[in-house]
Every structure is written in structure tokens, then in C-alpha cells.
Design a protein around this ligand. Structure first.
Ligand code: ATP
Ligand code: MN
Length: 534
């Protein structure tokens, strides 16, 4: 790195209150960050050369510890609720001082300039300052990477400061636990203290973009993956965590645009990120070859375990967490397009992991049903390792991503509704969850069948088949689908006890109706008519 670039970067840090510039690593290469991590004893290389680290106490996001500073910019614009938690400006000042003085005492510091948004019209420059070299590698993998000659004129729009080992005092800082992620729209700073979970960094910037783009640029931001077919047809896949966005967007027959965060403008779909962040639990080369092959030198693998005495990852081992992850630059997927921009979408998929085995594995939605489902944002998770819990746990999360959407869900829903109408997009609901009975009785839908159903929809093979209406949810179930056994298309057929199916379908419908009550006043008749019927 040239001396000029470094000195510019240092001057900017001083204005932030950071004076620890003696042992500062600016814009380190992935190789340097890997070596730094190994040197400080916080990582190991696996047998394919990827860096394996542990993120510490936190191995997932902490929604209860994420705050937005309530000030003159945000007080009237944020949809304050139990997810968009406010924090006073006085506390932001205290936490900010704590972090900068902590940073000034650190033996080393890593600083990276990067950006979000593949479409240059919306580019957001981000400077990420990290206590750990591996957090910095995450930023390299996940954000877009500016060319070196452009760095001299790099002006950060936003700063992220991440200090996993700093524990805050709850009372003094006005927070709930010793860790916090705090977003200030006034200072354009995200502070992350006490958690090493790297996902906080990317979801922090995602939250910022979900505020800026719809509010200030009239652009719809979305929690979805996207890919594009040979004919230039874009598809987008909405879904909550674990429903299959990353897995299903990595498709050998289609080019990947991105796996998690996108915007829909008047003329394109673009990715916010420069990388993917895939789950690795139960990963196999056979089922998910693209992701498996991306785990190589430069990739950062989190919270996995090795087979004893080896450096071979045991992907089935969930002893640290179910949420084992790998981040890698998007071009680690062979057929990713760069820049990550595609045309306007022809197909939208709503992915849900319904552990009740009620929803069909594929169904076509009317415009009203599409809006109803988007606002509902349903999935059901299995209880996992919690003792004694055998029932799936339903989740409703508006826009399939409530924790990252600071504006009222109606804002995003209305923008999506207008776009769907204008562009006559097909909307499909895909249940990647259970079939043949609920969790405990049935099994998860085979990935190969889900992929076949999505391919059939994308290839127009469902355009001329017959559909039947689901008696409770009203959505249209195809009678046949190529490469999928016909008997699994209607979920009731897969249950041995048909009465139990009807009861479960009614139960789930009741949950939908109850959840929708809070949106009912603002919704139009077409959307209201799309509610399930008990
Ligand atoms: P996040 O928002 O947390 O990144 P995501 O929507 O990207 O979540 P994935 O990472 O794609 O979720 O996770 C889906 C998981 O479910 C993967 O581990 C995948 O192997 C597994 N899976 C099993 N069966 C299916 C199926 N039929 N369809 C999709 N995924 C399946
Ligand atoms: Mn994902």
C-alpha cells in the first residue's frame, strides 16, 4: 500500500478519535489477514486451506442487543418496536468513547475500505475498523472490493467499528447485556462491541441500506437471493434464515447474482454485497457442490469442529452451534456474474421452511396472496437442541426479514406490490420444510425435489399444467411437476392421518390470521381476501 494512501486513511481515523496508528494494518490482503490470525493464535487452516475460527461467546446475531440511536433523523422515521430498539444519544456518546479508548489501547488494529451496492448509482463506501484480523477478512469477503488505485480518493460514507473482546457495562451504557450493536444515522457509524459474530457486520450495513434506499432513493431493498438464467431471466428468492436462499440460489444452470441482500430499481436487480455467507451444517459435496468447493484458501469458516486428530471439518458436528458458517467472495462460486447485477425479475419465490408439513412444496400465488404472504413472512423452525420441545416453532417476520427493516413493513410491501403489478411477475411459494407429517413424524423435503420444482417453474414447465386450490390457504398446487413424484405435491397425500392434516392446516391458518390482525387496517381488500379460510 502506498504511503500516501495510508497517511490519508490515518488522518481520517484521527477525526474519529482513533489515534492508535502505530500498529495499524490498512487494507491487508486476505493472505496477510490469514497469517495475522494464525500468528495471534486465533485460527487454524483446514485441509483445503480455508481459515477456521471461533467467534467466541456469540455464534449468531443478538436481535435484543441491536439498537438504533433515537435522534432528529430517526425519531419519526423508524418503525420502533421490539426489534428496532431505540437508544438515547447520550448512551451512544458513552459507548463511542468506550470503544475509541479501547481501540487506542489495542496492540494492533485492522482497517479496511470497501463498499456496498454493485450498482454505482447507489454505492455506499464503508470503512471497517476491527480488533480482529479475521473480522477484517470477513469484511474483505463480504463487501465489494475497491481497486487499489481508487483508494487514494476513498471517502467513507459509513464507519463500522467492531471490538469483540470489549465488554460494556449495561447500566452505564443503557444496554441489556455486555454486548451491543448500535447504529447512528446521524454519525453514520455502526458500533459493535462484545460480539465476534461476523454476521453483525454485514447485517448492520444491510439495516442502513434498508433505511436509505426506500426512504431517500425510492428503491426497494430486499432480504433475498438472486440468480439469472441463460435467457437473462432473473429470479429472486425471499425467505427467513435457514429457508434456502443461499442453497437454492447456487444453481449450476444459472448464474449467481447474490445470496442475501438485493435492491430492485426501475431497471435492474443489484446485489449489495461482494460475497456469500453460507450455512455449513450437514454440508455435503454431493448435495451442495458449489458451496462445498468454495471452502478453500481465502474462505473464512466459523464455529465448526474437526474430526479428532485431523484438520478435516466434520460438517455434521453442531457441538459449538447449529449456525456454522462460511464466508467467501462471490466469485468463489464458479458461475457468479460480475458485477452482481441482473435484469428485472420474471419469477419471485417465497421460501418457507414449514416444519408443520402443511404448506405445499410448490404453489402459485395470486397478486393478493403474494402480498399477504410477503407481509406475513412465515416460517417454522424446529426446536433444535432445546430439551423437551418437540413442536415446531412458528415465526412470522414481515417482509421475510423484520430484524433488518427499520421502516414500517407497509413501506416495503407497497413498493413490492407496485413492482409486481407493473412487471407481471410470477410468484411462487416453496416449502423447503417438512413433508409426510410434521417434525418428529415426517422428513424434510429432499433438496433435489425442491431444486426440480424451482427449475420447472423457471423453465415455464408449470405454465400449462392443471392446478388445484388448497382448501385452507387458497394457493394453487400444480397436479404434476417434472422430476418430482406426483404424490408429494399435495401435502395432505403425504400424511397417513388425513384428519390430523386438516387439523394442523386449520391450526396454522389460525396463526396466520392472528398474526395479520395488526396489519389488517392498512391492507387493501384484495390482500385481505387472500387470508386463509378456516
Ligand atoms: P440465512 O438468511 O441465515 O443466510 P438462508 O435462507 O440462506 O439463511 P440456507 O443457508 O440456504 O438458508 O440454508 C438452508 C439449509 O437447509 C441448508 O443447510 C440446506 O442444506 C438445508 N436444506 C435441506 N433441505 C432443503 C431443501 N429442500 N431446500 C433448501 N434447503 C434445504
Ligand atoms: Mn443465506
Amino acid at each position: 500500500m502506498s504511503a500516501v494512501v495510508i497517511s490519508i486513511s490515518l488522518k481520517n481515523l484521527a477525526t474519529l478519535g482513533i489515534r492508535n496508528t502505530e500498529h495499524l494494518h490498512y487494507q491487508s490482503s486476505p493472505e496477510e489477514l490469514i497469517q495475522d490470525t494464525l500468528r495471534i493464535g486465533e485460527g487454524t487452516l483446514n485441509d483445503t486451506g480455508a481459515l477456521v475460527i471461533c467467534t467466541g461467546e456469540f455464534t449468531g446475531r443478538c436481535p435484543k442487543d441491536k439498537f438504533i440511536v433515537k435522534d432528529e433523523i430517526t425519531s419519526e422515521t423508524i418503525n420502533w418496536n421490539d426489534i428496532n430498539l431505540p437508544i438515547g444519544q447520550e448512551y451512544f456518546d458513552i459507548i463511542y468513547k468506550k470503544i475509541t479508548s479501547y481501540v487506542n489501547e489495542l496492540p494492533e488494529l485492522w482497517v479496511r475500505d470497501c463498499y456496498a451496492c454493485a450498482d454505482p448509482r447507489y454505492r455506499l463506501n464503508v470503512r471497517v475498523i476491527t480488533e480482529k484480523p479475521w473480522s477484517n477478512l470477513f469484511a474483505y469477503n463480504m463487501f465489494l472490493r475497491p481497486e487499489e488505485e481508487k483508494l487514494e480518493n476513498f471517502k467513507p460514507d459509513w464507519h463500522v467499528i467492531a471490538t469483540p473482546d470489549l465488554k460494556l457495562n449495561t447500566k452505564e451504557c443503557g444496554i441489556n447485556h455486555h454486548n451491543a450493536a448500535v447504529i447512528s444515522f446521524k454519525h453514520k457509524i455502526i458500533l459493535i462491541a462484545g460480539s465476534g459474530y461476523t454476521g453483525e457486520i454485514k447485517k448492520g450495513i444491510f439495516t442502513v441500506l434498508n433505511y436509505i434506499l426506500p426512504q431517500q432513493k425510492n428503491v426497494l431493498s430486499m432480504h433475498c437471493s438472486a440468480n439469472i438464467g441463460e435467457k437473462g431471466d432473473t429470479a429472486i428468492f425471499f425467505g427467513l434464515s435457514g429457508t434456502g436462499k443461499t442453497t437454492l440460489s447456487a444453481d449450476p444452470d444459472r448464474k449467481l447474482i447474490g445470496d442475501d441482500e438485493h435492491a430492485w430499481t426501475n431497471d435492474n436487480i443489484f446485489n449489495f454485497e461482494g460475497g456469500c455467507y453460507a450455512k455449513t451444517i450437514n454440508l455435503t459435496e454431493e448435495k451442495e457442490p458449489e458451496i462445498f468447493d468454495a471452502i478453500r484458501h481465502g474462505a473464512l469458516v466459523e464455529n465448526v469442529c474437526f474430526y479428532p486428530g485431523t484438520n478435516k471439518i466434520n460438517f455434521d458436528d453442531a457441538s459449538i452451534t447449529e449456525n456454522t458458517r462460511v464466508s467467501y467472495p462471490v466469485h468463489y462460486i464458479n458461475n457468479a456474474i460480475e458485477p452482481s447485477i441482473g435484469g428485472l425479475p420474471k419469477n419471485i419465490f417465497f421460501l418457507t421452511c414449514d416444519a408443520f408439513a402443511v404448506l405445499p412444496p410448490i404453489a402459485k400465488l395470486s397478486p393478493g396472496q403474494a402480498m399477504y404472504q410477503f407481509i406475513s413472512g412465515y416460517t417454522a423452525k424446529i426446536a433444535g437442541t432445546e430439551a423437551g420441545i418437540t413442536e415446531p416453532r412458528p415465526t412470522f417476520s414481515a417482509c421475510f426479514g423484520a430484524p433488518f427493516f427499520p421502516l414500517h413493513p407497509g413501506k416495503y410491501a407497497q413498493m413490492l406490490g407496485n413492482k409486481m403489478q407493473e412487471h407481471k411477475v410470477n410468484v411462487w411459494m416453496i416449502n423447503t420444510g417438512w413433508t409426510g407429517g410434521p417434525y418428529g413424524t415426517g422428513t424434510r423435503m429432499k433438496l433435489k425435489y425442491t431444486r426440480a420444482m424451482i427449475s420447472a417453474a423457471l423453465d415455464g414447465k408449470l405454465d400449462n399444467v392443471e392446478f388445484e386450490k388448497h382448501p385452507v390457504f387458497g394457493i394453487a398446487i400444480p397436479n404434476t411437476c417434472s422430476n418430482v413424484p406426483t404424490e408429494i405435491l399435495n401435502p395432505k397425500n403425504t400424511w397417513s392421518d388425513k384428519t390430523a392434516y386438516d387439523a394442523k392446516a386449520k391450526y396454522l391458518a389460525g396463526l396466520f390470521i392472528k398474526n395479520f390482525e395488526k396489519y389488517a387496517t392498512g391492507a387493501n381488500p384484495e390482500v385481505l381476501a387472500a387470508a386463509p379460510i378456516i
